[in-house]
Ligand binder design. Structure first.
Ligand code: MRU
Length: 348
């Protein structure tokens, strides 16, 4: 039986509803957002997070910025659209889905340019809903492909949260776990807590427990030990951007997990919808890595855990080189190595 997923990002009658992921796991609260600035803030503050969900929220956020846009002619309307689009692009730099979704909205506006502005606005709302709807289908398809690499009774490790709430539905890395459950398979999950913002501890465990999936929480520093003990048969993670050579940016700590998997001869899989694949970014070195405030590390657990004035480095993502990736699982199929040649075929 299919699990009932909470929808983390929806839009109805001019209001953007966002499940506030900063309040989980203790409070399940939906924000009702009607202004583009609040949509920007929700993305920046990780109230909505996870690459696909960020893209969806940005597309809906753009609609909010257009509600009072001039309707006399296309050019003045389009000027406001461009301003809002550029503004939303500044919310977070790493997940390419944000830029992809906004580009898609931009292209739809240009396509409809001969129509009255009221109709263009309606078309843009349709486009944002399409982005959301397609993500649901894409995630299910990633899950189906990933499941061919899994078997009943196995235990997998994941990092961060690439689950249902990070997407329209199912998640990317967690999609096969949900589909396995539908099939009646027994797949166990170890979830890294994922310092500093604890997406694994707060979100992945919460999601999987709600679906009745066997999940065990570990701190990031325990991953080596559980692998060494032979408890893990595969690692699967999501990602924020795949470069043309197959290097992948994902939540800080992912690179370390990939190195550990290699050392223990455990396959390391990356689940990536094609909107996360960015052929314009040549290698991992070219992926912009977000740096966040030092308080996430010094006071992240609600109390001061480091001396006042300490120097802090807080990159939110790292890059896993393609050599460490056993396969990239997309909605169009599984790519095993030779990424430079295989990734462009996704777009044919
Ligand atoms: C399907 S979500 C994939 C990635 O976006 C996810 O693994 C991740 O790193 C999220 O980081 P976050 O900073 O929580 O937005």
């Amino acid at each position: 039986m299919e699990h009932t997923f909470l929808q983390s990002v929806t839009f109805k009658e001019g209001t953007l509803y966002i499940l506030d992921q900063t309040k989980l796991p203790t409070i399940t609260e939906f924000l009702e957002i009607t202004e583009i600035e609040d949509a920007w803030d929700a993305i920046k503050q990780l109230k909505v997070r996870g690459a696909p969900a960020i893209g969806i929220a940005a597309a809906y956020g753009l609609l909010l910025g257009l509600k009072n846009a001039p309707e006399e002619n296309f050019d003045s309307f389009y000027g406001v659209l461009k301003e809002n689009l550029t503004y939303l692009e500044t919310s977070r730099p790493t997940a390419v889905n944000l830029f992809w979704a906004l580009k898609r909205m931009d292209e739809r506006a240009k396509l409809e340019r001969e129509k009255p502005v009221a109709e263009i606005k309606a078309a843009l709302e349709e486009e944002a809903h399409l982005i959301r709807q397609e993500d649901e289908e894409v995630c299910r398809s990633i899950g189906e492909h990933a499941l061919t690499l899994f078997h009943d009774g196995m235990t997998v490790l994941t990092h961060c949260n690439a689950g249902g709430i990070a997407t329209a539905k199912y998640g990317t890395a967690l999609a096969p776990i949900y589909l396995a459950k539908e099939k009646g398979w027994d797949i166990k999950v170890y979830a890294d807590e994922t310092r500093p913002l604890l997406q694994g501890a707060r979100l992945t465990t919460w999601e999987l427990m709600q679906a009745g999936i066997d999940v065990t929480l570990i701190t990031d520093s325990m991953a080596a030990m559980v692998m060494h003990k032979g408890l893990i048969q595969a690692v699967i993670v999501g990602c924020d951007r795949v470069a043309a050579n197959g290097d992948v940016a994902n939540k800080i700590g992912t690179y370390g997990v990939a190195l550990l998997a290699k050392a223990h001869n455990i396959p390391f899989y990356v689940a990536a919808p094609t909107p996360t694949v960015d052929l314009d970014t040549k290698t991992g070195h070219d992926i912009p890595i977000e740096e966040r405030g030092m308080e996430e590390i010094t006071e992240g657990l609600g109390k001061q855990t480091a001396p006042e004035g300490v120097k802090v480095f807080n990159p939110a993502f790292d890059v896993t080189p393609h050599e460490l990736i056993t396969a990239i699982i997309t909605e169009k199929g599984i790519i095993k190595g030779n990424y430079q040649e295989e990734l462009p075929k996704l777009f044919i």
